[in-house]
Design a protein around this ligand. Structure first.
Ligand SMILES: Cc1ncc(COP(=O)(O)O)c(C=O)c1O
Length: 410
C-alpha cells in the first residue's frame, strides 16, 4: 500500500534534546562543491600514496586463510587478543606498562573518546581542555553535555600555571570541581605544539592535588620527525590517573577504524561494558594483526616520519616566502598541523569562503574554541598535500591575507 505524503514529516521534532543542542564546530565544513584544483589544507588526512592497500589486501587474505572460520564467526577468534598484546609491547617500549584488561580496542580513537565521555560524564560535569583543542573531542564532550573550560597554550603547551590558579579559585569558592582534563600532549591538533616535560609533571601533580583524571589523546605520538622524544604522560603516571587513547589512523589508514584506550582497569572495564552494539570487528582486527605481523610497522612509521618532515618543511618554506609581515606560525616537531596567527584585523572566518573560491581550504580558528574565539587563527595541515599544492595553496592564502591587511590600512 502506498501512502501519499501531503505534508513532509518534520524529523527534527523527533531528535533528542542532546542532538538539537549539539554545537556544530564550524560553517567551514559545509558549503558547496570544491574546485577540482582545490588545495585542501583543511584535511587532517594521511597522504593518499601512504595508504597501504596492497599490503592490507595480502594481510586480509592471510588472516582469512589462516583462521577465517574463527575470525568471521561471532566471538571472533584470537586476533583481538593478539593485537592487544602487540599494542602492549609497543606501549611498553615507550614506558607505558599495561596488561590484561587495561586496554579496550575501539572503532578509531574517536570511539575511545566517546566511551570515556559515556562512562565518566553526567550533564553539567566540568571538563577542562586546552583552548584551542580538537573539535572532534569537544563535540563528543558536548554530546555528553559536559561544561567545557578551556586553558591557554604557549610554546611549551598547556599553561599549567593558569590551570593551577583556576583550580585554587574554584576550591576556595566551594565550586564543583572538574572530573577530567582532556589534552593532546604530543603534536597538538590544531596547535602543533608538544607539552614540555615540566608542564607534564605539573599537570600530573594538579590531577593528584585536585583529584581529577587526565585523558591524553595520543593520535600523533608516533609521528615525531624532529627533536627529542618526551616521556608520555601515561608513562609518568605513577598514580594511575591517565587514560591514553591511540589509533592506527595516522600510521596505517583511517579507513580501518582501529583505535584504543589504555587506562586504569576499572575504567577500561566500564568502557568495555558500555561498548554495546556487537563490539569490535574481528574481521578488521584479524587483518590488522596479520598486517603488523607480516610488515614492519616500525620501518613504515620511519618512512612516514621523514615524509611528514619534508612536507612540514615545504609548508614552512612557502609560508616564509609568501606571508606578509605580522603573520606568524609555529614549527612543529611532529604530527600533521601547524597553527597560523594573523594580525587581529584579519578575520580568517570571513576569508575562508573567498579562499575556497580561489582554490584553497583551511580550518579557521573558531572551530577549535567553544566560545567564538579564534578568528585570527587557522589550522594548516601539511600531511595531505604535495609540494606543488602546498606552494600554490599558501601563495593564494598569503595573497588574500595581504589584501585584507591592505584594505584595513587604506
Ligand atoms: C587529536 C585527534 N584525536 C582523535 C582523532 C580521531 O582519529 P580516529 O578516530 O581516526 O582514530 C583525530 C583525527 O583527526 C585527532 O586529530
Amino acid at each position: 500500500m502506498s501512502v501519499t505524503n501531503e505534508k513532509p514529516v518534520d524529523y527534527r521534532r523527533f531528535l533528542s534534546r542532546v542532538a538539537m543542542e549539539r554545537n556544530d564546530p564550524s560553517s567551514q565544513f559545509r558549503g558547496g562543491k570544491l574546485r577540482p584544483d582545490n588545495v585542501p589544507l583543511s584535511f587532517g588526512y594521511p597522504y593518499s600514496e601512504s595508504l597501504p592497500s596492497a599490503d592490507l589486501a595480502r594481510a586480509t587474505a592471510a588472516s582469512l586463510t589462516e583462521e577465517g572460520h574463527l575470525t568471521l564467526q561471532y566471538g571472533g577468534g584470537p586476533s583481538s587478543e593478539l593485537l592487544r598484546k602487540l599494542l602492549f609491547e609497543r606501549a611498553l617500549r615507550r614506558g607505558v606498562k599495561a596488561e590484561g584488561n587495561d586496554i579496550v580496542l575501539t572503532a578509531g580513537s574517536m570511539q575511545a573518546l566517546d566511551l570515556v565521555g559515556r562512562v565518566l560524564l553526567d550533564p553539567g560535569d566540568l571538563v577542562m581542555t586546552e583552548a584551542p583543542s580538537y573539535f572532534g573531542a569537544l563535540r563528543v564532550f558536548q554530546t555528553w553535555r559536559a561544561q567545557l573550560i578551556g586553558f591557554p597554550l604557549d610554546g611549551e603547551g598547556l599553561v599549567t600555571d593558569a590551570v593551577a590558579a583556576q583550580l585554587a579559585r574554584w576550591r576556595r569558592d566551594g565550586r564543583p570541581m572538574p572530573k577530567l582534563f582532556y589534552v593532546i600532549a604530543d603534536f597538538h591538533n590544531p596547535g602543533g605544539i608538544t607539552m614540555s616535560l615540566p608542564r607534564r609533571r605539573a599537570l600530573l601533580e594538579l590531577a593528584e592535588q585536585y583529584d581529577f583524571l587526565i585523558l591524553d589523546d595520543n593520535a600523533y605520538g608516533e609521528l615525531r620527525f624532529e627533536g627529542q622524544g618526551l616521556e608520555l604522560l601515561k608513562a609518568m603516571d605513577d598514580k594511575v590517573r591517565v587514560i591514553q587513547t591511540g589509533t592506527f589512523s595516522k600510521v596505517i589508514a583511517p579507513g580501518v577504524r582501529l583505535g584504543w584506550a589504555i587506562g586504569p582497569q576499572p575504567l577500561i572495564d566500564e568502557m568495555t561494558r558500555v561498548n554495546v552494539g556487537g563490539g569490535l570487528s574481528t574481521f578488521v582486527t584479524g587483518a590488522l594483526h596479520a598486517f603488523c605481523r607480516e610488515g614492519d610497522l616500525d620501518r613504515r612509521i620511519d618512512g612516514l616520519r621523514s615524509e611528514y618532515r619534508r612536507r612540514k618543511d615545504a609548508m614552512v618554506a612557502s609560508l616564509e616566502t609568501h606571508m606578509p609581515a605580522g603573520v606568524t606560525w609555529n614549527n612543529p616537531e611532529g604530527g600533521f598541523f601547524l597553527w597560523l596567527e594573523v594580525p587581529a584585523e584579519v578575520d580568517m572566518e570571513a576569508l575562508a569562503p573567498k579562499a575556497r573560491e580561489q582554490g584553497v581550504t583551511f580550518v579557521g580558528g573558531t572551530a577549535f574554541f567553544t566560545d567564538g574565539r579564534g578568528r585570527n587563527y587557522a589550522r594548516l595541515c601539511f600531511s595531505f598535500c604535495d609540494n606543488e599544492q602546498l606552494e600554490r595553496g599558501i601563495g593564494i592564502l598569503a595573497k588574500l591575507i595581504r589584501e585584507q591587511l591592505d584594505e584595513e590600512t587604506h
